[in-house]
Design a protein around this ligand. Structure first.
Ligand code: 8DG
Length: 170
């Protein structure tokens, strides 16, 4: 079982992002998410985290895979990734400061642009595929870090346990 979840909430060609208030990746834009609680399924975790951090209720997050990183990077080895569509009426008062950081809608093209150093370093590797729900199967997007430098990326098949973990205690 991985320790974290993350969600990319889409509206048209934009995604709701948070500029993180704390480490890791303090000051960088990332999707919305957080740590699994004891006994919580990844799906229930992401529904709770999105509610707590944005006030938005997502009912049917779509599982899109894992982002994992080398075990020596830190004890937490990865996160379950989800996408969900949101309605414009749910995206109020943006940008908005919250306890976790600043919430803002960012365009996918800005998030993926090569001269953008304002996002967490893994995002550009997996985000386009994760958002392409119609053409890309869920996968394990594996990252190798040396310190804070992302030195290698690799797309792996999903471990079989993943489906079971997702269904657990739903
Ligand atoms: N720990 C960790 N989290 C990462 C990395 N990259 C990355 O996108 N994340 C994501 C996973 C989560 O969505 C988020 C980290 O969660 P968090 O620390 O804000 O979790 P939380 O709010 O539940 O934690 P807390 O208040 O209990 O400390 O960042 C990384 O390298 N390390």
């Amino acid at each position: 079982m991985l320790k974290y979840t993350i969600a990319f909430l889409k509206y048209e060609d934009k995604v709701l992002m948070i500029n993180r208030q704390k480490s890791p990746w303090q000051g960088a834009w990332n999707g919305i998410g957080g740590k699994l609680e004891a006994g919580e399924s990844p799906t229930n975790c992401i529904i709770r985290e999105v509610w707590e951090e944005t006030g938005i209720r997502i009912n049917d997050p779509v599982f899109r895979g894992l982002v994992t990183w080398n075990p020596d990077h830190e004890p937490a080895q990865g996160m379950y990734v989800f996408v969900a569509n949101v309605q414009p009426e749910e995206l109020i008062n943006l940008p908005r400061a919250t306890r976790e950081g600043i919430l803002e809608l960012k365009s996918v093209s800005w998030l993926l642009s090569e001269d953008n150093f304002g996002t967490v370093p893994t995002l550009r590797f997996f985000m386009e595929k994760v958002l392409d729900v119609r053409h890309e199967q869920p996968a394990d997007y594996h990252c190798t870090f040396n310190g804070d430098d992302l030195v290698h990326t690799e797309i792996r098949n999903l471990p079989e346990m993943t489906t079971f973990e997702l269904m657990e205690q739903k």
